[in-house]
Design a protein around this ligand. Structure first.
Ligand SMILES: [Mg+2]
Length: 535
């Protein structure tokens, strides 16, 4: 009996620990902070700070428990690193060119540069950093936006940092003839279009920054514009809807964090916060402010109720998968010497997905959303060109090409995506050129070719075209590749992860004994536990 309780107790401790660490791991705090003329050197710029001031900023920043911080008015990466040390933070700066300096009011010192930047806690996955130059309207006096794509989330989230034109603090910018409002009026459609494009493409996004505008006041024209898409409302949410700003004299907030329709499911209600520099709303005075804006934050929770399948985990995490594919490619490579002695021009026919390219990340993302494959989400993934190499495949491809062989990539990715596939492979360092490698995605003709007679599966037609030298797509637009592809080729090896990657073969008709004797000789079958013609 004692043992039983001990086991039960251990179970509770283990499970509660897991639950705890999961809730900590899955909450991401997004902060935006106009940090007011953050210079890289002491005593410079419009807010000349001492060593002690930087120390105060740094220790205050550490109390925010932030994960992703959007900063405005920073001079450089070095300036940011004085508050967010580079051993703990990745710093990304907008590439806005230096603008002219002006004399700071009161002090007469020259101003420092005003850029936007992100500080991202080390270890948080993100990619694709782009400045959003459009927001500057080709005007050197205006600031760029900055976009990162967060991939720590179940689906990628586009995160935009903005610092809009200052001086247009009216409720309807379009009726004001102030210069600032006229500039603001041109920035509005630029940001609005970015939002609408993301909504159309089904992408999750968050915009953080100094909007220099009171978008939470009733009937605010800018907010109405952002909420409207072709006459219909979209569900976007501002973190400051029910929160006052911190500034004793200007309590209506102009810093905001806006979540788009596809990121609302991660939004943690009630997590909205304003940081009063260690004070409370009642006790903080302007003297306590380390910058003229207080940082604000909101938490997004990325815990997914959907598990990632063991097939994906095995592909991504196991030593076994890497060992198996590398070993199989090595075995096939041993046989290349015999093939290279062949006097006829020869070709190796290879599949792409889970043969050369590892798409487990796509499957992981879909699992976490509780969704399966769709052709739309797949096409988006292909266009990202983010697939990685199947271990062992690049070495094999290199050896085939070195030995004088050609490679035909027969893939069931849509033909219209061939350029993305090609560029994904090239960026991984596959030494492919049009004269040695041809890519043939599936087109309608392939899909319709299966007739149960000479074409048993939808790659048979393309395999025939390659061996007969009639696959025109191989030299279309690449005339110097014609002499290599517009001729008969001997198919010496076929490689894939799906039984249909082999001529005239299906799950039903495969001859196991024969295939076993051919494995790693003239065919190579790789493991794919995630999907196939078996599922
Ligand atoms: Mg495949």
């Amino acid at each position: 009996m004692k043992n039983y309780f001990l086991i039960l107790l251990t179970f509770f401790i283990v499970t509660s620990n897991t639950a705890n660490s999961q809730s900590i791991d899955s909450d991401y705090r997004f902060v935006t902070w106009n940090i007011e003329h953050l210079a890289e050197n002491n005593e410079e710029g419009c807010v000349a700070r001492t060593e002690q001031d930087y120390e105060k900023l740094r220790s205050f920043a550490a109390t925010m428990d932030a994960d992703i911080v959007a900063l405005q008015e920073v001079e450089s990466v070095k300036a940011v690193s004085r508050v967010f040390p580079e051993n703990e933070w990745e710093i990304v700066l907008s590439d806005r060119p230096s603008s002219g300096s002006y004399e700071c009011r009161g002090s007469g010192r020259p101003s420092t540069q005003q850029r936007v930047a992100f500080a991202i806690k080390k270890g948080i996955e993100f990619e694709k950093v782009d400045s959003f130059k459009e927001l500057a309207l080709n005007n050197p006096g205006l600031r760029y936006g900055l976009v990162i794509r967060l991939t720590a989330s179940p689906e990628p989230i586009e995160v935009m940092n903005v610092h809009m034109k200052s001086g247009c603090f009216v409720n309807d910018y379009s009726t004001s003839d102030r210069d600032a409002c006229e500039t603001f009026e041109q920035q509005v459609p630029v940001l609005d279009k970015w939002i609408e494009n993301n909504v159309t493409e089904g992408k999750a996004f968050v915009i953080l920054g100094d909007f220099n505008h009171r978008i939470t006041t009733p009937d605010n024209r800018f907010w109405q514009d952002l909420e409207d898409m072709n006459g219909k409302p979209i569900s976007i949410k501002s973190s400051m809807e029910n929160v006052r700003g911190c500034h004793p004299r200007y309590p209506e907030p102009i810093d905001h964090i806006v979540a788009g329709p596809n990121s609302l499911k991660y939004y943690s209600q009630g997590s909205e916060n304003v940081f009063y520099f260690g004070k409370t709303p009642d006790t903080m005075t302007e003297e306590d402010m380390l910058s003229d804006h207080c940082p604000i934050s909101v938490d997004l929770n990325f815990a997914s109720p959907f598990p990632v399948s063991s097939a994906v985990l095995w592909t991504q995490n196991s030593a076994e998968y890497e060992l198996i594919t590398s070993f199989l490619y090595q075995e096939a490579q041993k046989n290349l010497k015999n093939l290279a002695q062949n006097s006829d021009p020869w070709v190796v026919i290879m599949d792409v997905d889970e043969t050369l390219l590892d798409n487990s990340e796509y499957n992981r993302r879909r699992d976490k959303l509780g969704l399966g494959y769709t052709s739309e989400s797949w096409a988006e993934w292909v266009k990202e060109e983010a697939a990685t190499e199947i271990p062992g495949s690049k070495q094999f491809v290199t050896e085939v090409l070195k030995s004088g062989g050609q490679i035909a990539l027969i893939t069931n990715r849509n033909r219209s995506l061939d350029d993305y596939t090609w560029s994904n492979l090239r960026s991984l360092g596959f030494p492919i050129e049009r004269i040695n490698t041809c890519i043939l995605g599936r087109n309608e003709q392939d899909a319709n070719s299966v007739n149960g007679k000479e074409f048993i599966n939808d790659k048979d037609l393309r395999r025939d075209q390659i061996s007969l030298g009639t696959a025109e797509a191989c030299w279309e637009g690449h005339p110097n590749a014609a002499e290599k592809w517009n001729r008969q080729l001997k198919v010496v090896m076929q490689i894939g992860d799906n039984i249909k990657d082999f001529a005239r073969t299906t799950q039903e008709n495969v001859d196991m004994t024969l295939f076993l004797s051919r494995q790693a000789k003239d065919i190579l079958i790789l493991p794919n536990a995630m999907y196939g013609s078996w599922d």
